[in-house]
Ligand binder design. Structure first.
Ligand SMILES: Nc1nc2c(ncn2[C@@H]2O[C@H](COP(=O)(O)OP(=O)(O)OP(=O)(O)O)[C@@H](O)[C@H]2O)c(=O)[nH]1
Length: 678
């Protein structure tokens, strides 16, 4: 294998490897492994070590998937036997469910090892040294520790490291066999439990599925085929191992050449150890079987035997690792920088009251700066897509609505449409005294003015309530957001905001009350629009009086400011009609000034109120609430919040793990690029 192999492999798909592997097998019919093994030691071993170290570091807990060969198969299909054959050691084997937890098997060729060295690593990190004779018992004991001594299963893996001369360098995960019907002692949902574990392992695109099929069964009926097809429809990352070739040789050639079940990486038929055979005997028997059996000998030599399987798995493994590594490096770096910046953004550890006060003012500063942008300056960079927080625009909308709710024209009484000016006539009748008949009574004007103003006085009250309701919501949200790391002081913050808003509402209610009262105290405006409008309307006075006083003239006339009106009913009140007309003219002209004052006055009041709240009152109120009473509020900030503490610990742990992982992959990437340059 050339030293440039790794970079080339990185660009190949797993499927391409079938060809590579076939070529290798053809070149060396007897797979002694010596030259190839040397190359693996140089080139592939460091990659495998790196991935194993990442697995050991539990980088998968960070959501980073590792390239893995996963063994799946129906119950008793021969999964453990295949692994035994590859490793040349005994594993728990037999009828019924044997593999009850994922078993990560790390096989390492160690030419210097006189005898095999075996280590079993529990999921809690405990490492037990064992021997070939005792490994089955050790695995059973470790399984019982994790999944209980019954027939239950668990997804916590155990890792078996086998260092032995001549074993292929492989890491393979053995999973519980799929069983449809629970056997005695198994939970009812055993199928679902096993299916969940299997899917978890075979779903990532980084996993190669080693599907173990017994030659004695019809492949399309295998549950393991159904499951792997769910996650690998085209079969491009599935390799099939057909066991028990010795038991069902009839039709096997057709089965593996027809490929009814879409196995993209091809088939390897094997015969495992039977009974008390040694592994060496088993290999001799297997070779003899595929060489001389009348049916099995017809199967292509690149598709039979454990050595071929070992060779192909090593090839596939090298490719998938080289292919996945760059992405793993990227994922590690991305997560590392994300978690580091998340940790940076977390509040610093607070050790004393001074720290807490500093943290408190930092929050207040952030909140006020945010609110000033949103509510005063109209800058929304913090909430580009959330319209609710585009404060100046929302307040302007409320002001527009308020303006629309205030009638632009002086409100008429309910019967005024039918009886033009009768409201004025009645007021004049009630306010008349002993005085000159053409003397316009100011008291009549004020009575009418009061009636008109009273019809709209609820509108400004509604506006200030709406505005403060909205502002309260925005302030509360922004404050809670900036103080989220100190949930223990959030109730005080809420209280401060509510107190503040109550004060703001009370001030506004008082302001509106005064605005209304001012309108009722007197009739005054310096607005030139008043005199202009009044004069325009009064230009119709003479024609109006003519229509009222001269019964021969039409009673319907069109007047500037009032449109077409009927004056026939006023003929009975001819003495007051002129004054009534004048009253209406003044009220109509004056109303525009009132509306302008109510709108402008209140808009400026609201804007000032918001500015005052953001620039001064909020800080003062929060300080009162949290720094008052001998700093009781800020002292609460010193008590660690359980969620913050847990988050900080989680982030720190994951950063340590990711840094270690980064180091592992950095070393290996250096080697790969150095190999590429040779
Ligand atoms: N004749 C013959 N028997 C085999 C072969 N492979 C496996 N067996 C037997 O089939 C039975 C089941 O094999 P296991 O390796 O335990 O199967 P498994 O899939 O690991 O079983 P579970 O973990 O329980 O799902 C055992 O009795 C093996 O000896 C083979 O190639 N030929």
């Amino acid at each position: 294998m050339s030293k440039k192999l790794l970079p080339i492999m990185a660009t190949k798909s797993a499927k391409d490897l079938v060809g590579d592997s076939k070529a290798l097998v053809a070149a060396s019919d007897v797979v002694t492994g010596s030259a190839i093994a040397e190359s693996y030691n140089d080139q592939i071993r460091p990659l495998l070590d790196a991935v194993d170290r990442l697995r050991h570091l539990k980088v998968t807990q960070e959501g980073i998937q590792l390239p893995t060969i996963v063994v799946v198969g129906d119950q008793s299909s021969g999964k453990s036997s295949v692994l035994e054959s590859l490793a040349g050691i005994s594993l728990p084997r037999g009828q019924g469910i044997c593999t009850r937890v994922p078993l990560v098997m790390r096989l390492q060729d160690d030419p210097s090892a006189d005898s095999p060295k075996l280590q079993l690593e529990h999921s809690n990190g405990r490492v037990v040294t064992t021997s070939e004779a005792k490994v089955a018992d050790a695995i059973n004991a470790a399984t019982a520790e994790i999944a209980g001594s019954g027939k239950g299963i668990s997804d916590a893996p155990i890792t078996l490291v086998v260092r032995k001369r001549g074993v292929p360098d492989l890491t393979i995960v053995d999973l519980p066999g799929i069983t449809r019907v629970p056997v005695q002692g198994q939970p009812d949902d055993i199928y679902d439990q096993i299916a969940k574990i299997i899917k978890e392992y075979i779903a990532p695109k980084e996993s190669i599925i080693l599907n173990v099929l017994s030659a004695t069964v019809d492949f399309p009926t295998c549950e393991s085929i159904r499951m792997s097809q769910q996650v690998d429809r085209t079969g491009e990352r599935t390799l099939a191992v057909v066991t028990k070739a010795d038991k069902a040789p009839e039709g096997l050639l057709e089965k593996v050449t027809m490929d009814d079940v879409n196995i993209g990486l091809g088939y390897v038929c094997v015969r495992n150890r039977i009974g008390e055979e040694t592994y060496d005997q088993a290999r001799v028997e297997e070779e003899r079987l595929f060489k001389y059996h009348p049916l099995l000998s017809k199967i292509d030599k690149s598709m039979v035997g454990i050595p071929v399987l070992a060779q192909r798995l090593m090839q596939i493994q090298a490719t998938i690792i080289a292919k996945c590594l760059p992405d793993i490096v990227k994922q590690i770096n991305d997560r590392l920088s994300r978690h580091s910046s998340e940790l940076d953004q977390m509040p610093p550890d607070l050790n004393n009251v001074a720290d807490a006060v500093r943290a408190f003012f930092h929050i207040v500063k952030q909140v006020c700066a945010s609110l000033e942008k949103v509510l005063v300056r109209g800058e929304f960079d913090e909430f580009p897509d959330d319209r609710h927080f585009h404060g100046t625009a929302r307040i302007a909308e409320k002001m527009d609505g308020y303006k629309r709710r205030l009638p632009a024209e002086c409100p008429k009484s309910s019967d005024d449409d039918a009886m033009f000016l009768m409201e004025e006539v009645r007021v004049l009748e009630e306010t008349k005294g002993i005085n000159l008949p053409n003397f316009l009574l100011r008291s009549a004007f004020l009575v009418l003015l009061k009636k008109k103003v009273e019809t709209v006085m609820h509108v400004p009250h509604e506006l200030v309530n709406e505005v403060w309701g909205y502002v309260e919501d925005v302030v509360m949200n922004i404050l809670l957001k900036h103080s989220e790391n100190f949930p223990q002081v959030q109730p005080s913050c809420r209280r401060a905001v509510q107190t503040l808003m109550d004060k703001a509402r009370a001030r506004s209610a008082q302001h509106v009350k005064e605005l209304i009262e001012m309108e009722l105290v007197s009739d005054y405006t310096a607005n030139p629009d008043y005199m202009r409008t009044w004069t325009e309307i009064m230009e119709g006075h003479d024609s109006f009086m003519e229509a009222v006083e001269d019964g021969s003239k039409p009673a319907r006339i069109t007047l500037e400011g009032f449109g077409e009106v009927d004056v026939s009913h006023l003929r009975a009140h001819a003495g007051l009609a002129g004054q009534a007309f004048d009253l209406r003219a003044r009220l109509t002209a004056y109303w525009r000034s009132i509306v302008l004052r109510l709108v402008d006055g209140l808009a400026l009041h609201v804007l000032r109120g918001v500015k005052r709240l953001v620039e001064h009152d909020l800080e003062a109120e929060l300080a009162d609430e949290l720094l008052g009473n001998k700093m009781a509020g800020v002292e609460r900030m010193l008590a660690p919040s359980p969620s913050t503490g847990a988050k900080r610990e989680r982030l720190k742990k994951s950063i340590v793990l990711l840094r270690q992982s980064k180091e592992v992959v950095a070393n290996i990437m250096d080697r790969i690029s150095a190999a590429g340059e040779v």
